[in-house]
Design a protein around this ligand. Structure first.
Ligand code: AP5
Ligand code: MG
Length: 216
């Protein structure tokens, strides 16, 4: 099955995506993570991407398409992709439908995590990501400890776009460009709304229930 993890910045897409990967035999495709890898290359494309991410704006669809197509066309990931942070506007959503059909795959569901703005801001400002293993923690809600993280704490970093100004702009972009595609998936009967303010494990239990019912 291919699934979409949908939600505003800080909703928990990456957190739940990692948990799904370890319990189901799926592969997480985070366009945000792929873009941050491009930024690290410090070439012309990387600089263009960085400028947009720092402003909280969407990166052009064509750049995203080039990242997505490599994975969707790869037999290794056939029908086992978790899309995290993609699609992000109506054009990307329509394009994904075309690609899914072209590569004879199936979109099984869209899991939409609903969280209020005030909580999102606090979550984003507390986020720490491990640059070595990629795991996501939070200094307020889910601190890295010896029990849940095996890398040295010096690898924990704050994302450059996790500051008050960029958060405000990312949220505006979400409302204007991304939230409207919920209607697109509602009409296809693929949408599952989830209370994203619950505990991490509670949300994951709900997701497991939904995915199990799709597999049955
Ligand atoms: P991206 O990396 O996708 O960022 P985002 O959508 O803003 O989402 P985040 O990664 O901030 O949040 P998340 O939902 O993954 O939450 P997380 O699990 O980390 O995109 C970054 C940028 O790249 C965009 O702004 C755009 O410029 C560009 N971009 C990306 N994709 C694009 C596309 N398709 N098209 C065009 N441009 C694109 O959790 C957040 C924090 O909360 C963590 O600290 C976590 O520990 C904590 N937490 C999680 N769940 C809970 C919980 N239930 N209770 C308490 N704390 C929790
Ligand atoms: Mg994320």
């Amino acid at each position: 099955m291919n699934i979409i993890l949908f939600g505003p910045p800080g909703a928990g897409k990456g957190t739940q995506g990692d948990k799904i990967v370890s319990s189901f035999n799926l592969f997480k495709l985070s366009t945000g993570d792929l873009l941050r890898e491009e930024v690290k290359k410090k070439n012309e494309l990387g600089l263009e991407i960085k400028a947009l991410i720092d402003k909280g704006k969407l990166v052009p669809d064509e750049i995203i398409y080039n990242l997505i197509i490599k994975i969707l066309s790869n037999k290794k990931f056939y029908n086992r992709i978790i899309f995290d942070g993609y699609p992000r506007n109506l054009n990307q959503a329509k394009n994904l439908d075309i690609l899914i059909e072209k590569y004879k795959q199936k979109l099984s569901c869209v899991l939409s995590l609903k969280v209020d703005k005030e909580i999102l801001i606090k979550r984003i400002l507390g986020r720490q990501t491990c640059t070595k293993c990629g795991l996501i923690f939070n200094k307020f809600f889910y601190p890295a400890t010896e029990n849940n993280h095996s890398c040295d704490p010096r690898y924990l970093e704050i994302r450059p776009d996790d500051n008050n100004d960029t958060i405000a702009s990312r949220y505006e972009t979400y409302l204007k460009e991304t939230a409207p595609i919920l209607d697109f998936y509602q009409k296809q009967n693929l949408l599952h709304e989830i209370n994203g303010t619950a505990e991490i494990d509670q949300i994951f239990n709900e997701i497991q229930g939904i995915l199990a019912s799709l597999e049955a």
